[in-house]
Design a protein. Structure first.
Length: 269
């Protein structure tokens, strides 16, 4: 009887070891799959019938955004042979805000950068400088729902036949993903703020939180950068110049470079 109990115990321990090993191995593989910033999505804000704001010299914001985004894409493609770089638009095309996030998700993006220019309201006093935005924490619930529906990793592993309990588990998992994205978004925003301050002539107006649709529809770390005020004479002249556009793109490129190194070191084995 004791011998039989011994063999049963041994069998249970063996099965438990296999389950734990396989579970651990799958978690390791899962982490390795997402351990590299190898797909970057660059979003040139506005476009087509949506001009954005208008500069002092009557140039639409969409033009500035696209020029900076193109410089950035060129730098990344030139310096990273192991990175895929996608632009949500590379010409004067209108793309719905939520569609930009869906494009990023369909390309399995690992980082999303939306490029914009700012403008003060008529009743406001003059403003100048850059601002970096991350998703407002209040919007996290919306981000969770969208992540759950559109994140490729979660979607591919969902089974509608598993019932309510499994759905709740997926909801918790997608919440965890959303929180992780926010943490990495904040880290990237901090690096970007440093690089823009070091490399450009623009005043640092800080990192802010906002409920931009384009940010929370992308299921990955994401930031939106306002590259100066088109309503400010000095900023607009800088943004209009090739040197200014290149400086800003170079700053974003360097921020991606440092974030990539930091992220991959943290997530490597």
């Amino acid at each position: 009887m004791r011998l039989k109990f011994f063999f049963i115990s041994l069998l249970v321990l063996s099965l438990a070891s296999v389950i734990i090993f396989n579970r651990g191995e799958s978690q390791i593989n899962l982490r390795k799959e997402g351990s590299k910033i190898d797909v970057v999505i660059i979003d040139a804000g506005h476009g087509g019938k949506d001009p954005g704001s208008t500069s002092i010299t009557k140039i639409p914001e969409k033009n500035y955004n696209l020029l900076i985004a193109k410089y950035l894409a060129e730098m990344l493609r030139k310096n990273y042979s192991d990175m895929e770089v996608y632009m949500t638009r590379d010409d004067d095309t209108f793309i719905d805000l939520k569609e930009r996030g869906r494009i990023a998700n369909s390309k399995k993006g690992k980082l999303f950068v939306s490029v914009h220019c700012n403008s003060k309201l008529p009743e406001e006093s003059d403003k100048s400088g850059f601002e970096v935005y991350v998703m407002d924490a209040v919007k996290s619930n919306d981000a969770v729902k969208i992540t759950q529906g559109e994140n490729l990793l979660l979607r591919d592993n969902m089974d509608s036949t598993r019932g309510k309990t499994a759905f709740q588990n997926d909801f918790i998992l997608s919440s965890m993903y959303s929180n992780a994205y926010r943490r990495y978004s904040e880290r990237f925003a901090s690096i970007l703020q440093t690089e823009l301050t070091k490399t450009t002539q623009l005043e640092n107006r800080g990192i802010k939180e906002e409920q931009f649709v384009v940010n929370y529809t992308s299921s990955m770390p994401s930031v939106l950068v306002e590259c100066g005020f088109l309503s400010n004479t000095k900023d607009e002249a800088y943004l209009r110049s090739k040197d200014g556009q290149y400086d800003i793109a170079r700053s974003i490129y360097k921020a991606i470079r440092y974030f990539k190194m930091d992220y991959e070191w943290e997530n490597s084995y």
